[in-house]
Design a protein around this ligand. Structure first.
Ligand code: SF4
Length: 331
């Protein structure tokens, strides 16, 4: 794993005070940041505070590198503002529409492609869910509604239950997909109330858990996943390929194997979206493809995530293809 800049590592070591490990106040701040740190207690407890390369630490701690202005890294890398027929409703791909149910998250991941829209605009008006429901009801081509955010599970079970009932009453909808880091970040959120509305409608429930590193899968998280599985939820994972965090074949293979062992299908490995402030997490396309080839050689097909990237204006996510030079490498 490449070391972070020596200077930053020294600051981390300086600021890490083992006696503060279990305290709830923010511990680290390596540089001024537009996106404040947020580290929930369950995540905080799993960090090895004596290791500045800890993969959980590096996902959440703001570094001076976030202040660098890099050409091509922008505040809205997927041009989502242009794909919203109504505020809070995204329609990018055929058959699916996405509701941005919350602009807050239990954790602030430093690489997040929505880091400039999540809570960055506190004066944002709450979208009208009634208008979104009417739009969805008229769009007969839709089969699936995706709850996204921020983290949609920041909403209360009562609000989510009401919304799911309204969606289930729309005849052409078949599936409900939730994208949430909550099962790995705050697993206690996966309680009876959540399972009730998630599995209690006629819509097929799917949950995508966004786990990037095997260290995120501790016993409490695995119990939360088991509760979801036993309730009948289809569990998928999409990970983001992150330099210095999971860009090794060993880490990725362990992640995929552990996920499959616990009945979570690792369906996507994402190239980073080029969001301003996260360029230091970028793995080059050629390195990403080389890693994926090594992963392919190690894993059974069902455990191998598709290596994808997203570009605004395309009808789906795109497979990351090898360059002409790489295609002769035998992968
Ligand atoms: S939980 Fe998801 S939406 Fe929230 S900061 Fe992390 S990556 Fe972004």
């Amino acid at each position: 794993m490449p070391p972070i800049a020596k200077e930053q590592a020294a600051i981390v070591q300086q600021k890490i005070n083992p006696s503060s490990r279990q305290k709830s106040q923010p511990l680290l701040s390596l540089g001024p940041s537009l996106y404040p740190e947020r580290i929930p207690s369950h995540w905080r407890q799993r960090i090895d505070w004596n290791n500045s390369d800890d993969p959980l630490l590096r996902q959440v701690v703001a570094t001076a590198a976030e202040q660098e202005q890099i050409t091509g890294y922008v505040t809205d890398p997927l041009a989502e503002e242009q794909a919203q027929p109504l505020p809070g409703l995204l329609h990018k791909y055929a058959g699916r529409a996405l509701l941005l149910l919350s602009h807050s998250c239990p954790i602030h991941c430093r690489y997040c492609f929505r880091r400039h829209s999540n809570e960055a605009t506190p004066t944002r008006k709450e979208p009208s869910w009634q208008a979104a429901l009417e739009w969805i009801a008229q769009e007969n081509s839709l089969q699936e509604i995706i709850f996204s955010g921020g983290d949609p599970l920041m909403r209360s079970d009562q609000e989510l239950s009401r919304l799911v009932q309204q969606l289930a009453a729309i005849p052409h909808l078949q599936r409900l997909r939730i994208h949430s880091r909550m099962p790995v970040v705050t697993p206690k959120r996966i309680g009876k109330g959540l399972l009730h509305w998630l599995t209690g409608s006629r819509l097929t429930p799917i949950l995508v858990i966004h786990c990037n590193h095997p260290a995120e899968l501790d016993a409490t998280v695995l119990q939360a996943l088991r509760r979801l599985k036993e309730a009948g939820v289809l569990l998928l994972n999409q990970a983001v390929l992150l330099k210095g965090i999971n860009d090794s074949v060993e880490t990725l293979a362990t992640l995929c194997e552990r996920l499959v062992n616990h009945q979570v299908l690792p369906y996507y490995l994402h190239q980073l979206d080029p969001v301003a402030g996260a360029a230091h997490f970028q793995v080059s396309n050629s390195d990403a493809h080389r890693l994926w080839c090594q992963l392919q050689a190690r894993l059974p097909g069902y455990a191998l995530p598709r290596l994808v990237w997203e570009q605004p204006g395309y009808p789906s996510k795109r497979l990351l293809e090898p360059t002409a030079a790489e295609s002769g490498s035998g992968c």
